[in-house]
Structures are given as C-alpha cells and as structure tokens.
Design a protein around this ligand. Sequence first.
Ligand code: SF4
Ligand code: SF4
Length: 317
Amino acid sequence: MSSEKAPAPDPDSGTVFNIQRFSIEDGPGIRTTVFMKGCPLRCTWCHNPEGLVLKPQLMWFDVRCIGARDCLAACTRDALELTRDGMRIDREACDTCGDCAKACPAGALEVVGRSYTPDEAYEEVYRDEAFYRNSGGGMTVSGGEPTMQPRFVAALLRKCREGGIHTALDTCGYSSPEVLTGLLELADMALLDLKVMDEAEHRRLTGVDPAPVLDSARILAGSGKPVWVRTPIIPGCTDSPENIAALASFLAGLGGVQRWDLLAFNNTCGSKYSRLDMVWELEGVPLKTEDEMVELAGIAERSGVEKVAWSGVTRHE
Ligand code: SF4
Ligand code: SF4
C-alpha cells in the first residue's frame, strides 16, 4: 500500500457553478463572469436556482434522456430511479460523485458546481485577456452570492489585479460589512442588486431583512468606486411604480451611484427548476410591455442617477 497522502485541499478553493465567457451584461465591456455557488437569499424570481446552495448538485435534463439506464447501473448508492414521470433523484443518498453523468451516453445528467482553486479560475479568466483590453472589460465575480466564499473571491480578485484585469464584484448586498469592505478593496467596481424597499415585502419575496442590504448600499456608494445598481422588474413582485419610486428616493439620498439598470423579467428558467426538483413559481407570468418599462425608467430617473437604462425582452400587446 502506498504511504503517500493525497494533497490537502487548497483552503482558498471555491465552489463555482459556471464561468461564462463573453458576457456583456455584468459590467463594462466584454467580461468573463465567475458564478459562485451559495446565496443567503431566496428570491421568488431567482434565475439561477443552481446557484442557491453551496454544495454541488445533480441535474437531470429530461430533453436529453434516451432511457439508456446506464446511469442506474453506475450509481453505487442506489440514488436514481427512472420512472414514467422522469428521473427520481434521492438527494439525501446522492453524494454528487458524478459517476452516473460519466456513464450516460446522452449527457442527460450533470453535476452542477465544482471546486476551483483561485489559480484554476484565473487561468480560465485570463484566456480572454485580449478581449478585455480591447473592450474595456474584465472579470465579474457573481453568483449566487460571492461574499459567501470570501477567501476564494479575495484570492481571485488579487490575481486579477496582479494580472492587470479589471474586476467587478456583483453582490446582493446581504453580507457582513467587514467581508464586503475587504472584497471591495480588491475590486475595481461593484454591481449591487436592489429589489424591494418595503421591509415586509422584502422579507416575503427574498426571505431576508432588507437592512443589511441597504447598509451595504451605503458602504458601496461611499467607497468612491464606481457602483452600478440593478433591479429586476418582476411582475407582481418588484414592478410597482411605488416600489421603483421608493428605490429612486433611496438612491437619491445615497448619491455615488453611477448607473441604474432595470432588468425586465424573463420566463426562461423554469426548466432549471425542474432539473433540481424545485418549483418555478412564476410559470406563465407574462413579460412586461415596452411602455411599462419606459414608464418605470422614467420614475427611476427621479433618483438623479447619472445613467438610468432598462433592458430585456418585452411583450407586444
Ligand atoms: S440574490 Fe440573486 S442569486 Fe440570490 S436568490 Fe436572489 S436572485 Fe437568486
Ligand atoms: S452523482 Fe453519484 S451518487 Fe449521485 S446519483 Fe449519480 S452516481 Fe449516484
């Protein structure tokens, strides 16, 4: 028997669920967005349900499954059952080893989320360095919520700084002031999601108290670094003129925000929920119209933020 021990895991490693290249929506220029797993919020409309929990998860893609059953034979934990209604995953028994995914000839199973060292993630990010230079882009660390894995995020931001790559920290703001400030020092700019001003509504729709988020907004705005705020416009949740007006007056009092984006709801993430045995509560909810988005942007302009913009697909009446 070999006496060699496996190397100790890098304590700065982080669990990432996607590294998206050529992103143009997560800050200036062409960017690579590193999506961290784990989020303290549970927004009703979350478009990245695979980013909510910190641990890796197994996903089953019904449209790819050809019923080959190789996955069932590969699983030593008896965690899979292929029924007439689809694949049942016993998530208590599954340890996300990925053997079933390797065995599937159709690629119908995938483990979402894997551990990266900061070096590995930086290597991916650095591949598009020329694009960042030519477009004024860089790397955005997002999620999930990046402040939940501060050691990895700090190490990655440091590496980008050493490599001359511009960085953005994309946060929901639900973080301790110490962690946020520490990471912000290492980043070139921040993106902050502000969703709902009313306290009870915030709790109902996101599962958490808004006070830490508003405190984070104050820290970011007072930092002197560029801050872009983003608000998802979700029918029946965040899209009332009253909510946008309340956010506008908060931002007017805050100052220091360079840009405010209103992001129109889209309904494309339902399949992600079913792949994780979760329920997409906004199934069938219609998109916003262009007129509605224009009206909300008009209200948002009262904040005095230098640039207010809206984007996203809208419905024709
Ligand atoms: S903060 Fe973002 S990632 Fe977290 S639950 Fe809300 S929408 Fe999802
Ligand atoms: S990831 Fe591993 S434990 Fe989970 S279902 Fe697949 S083979 Fe079984």
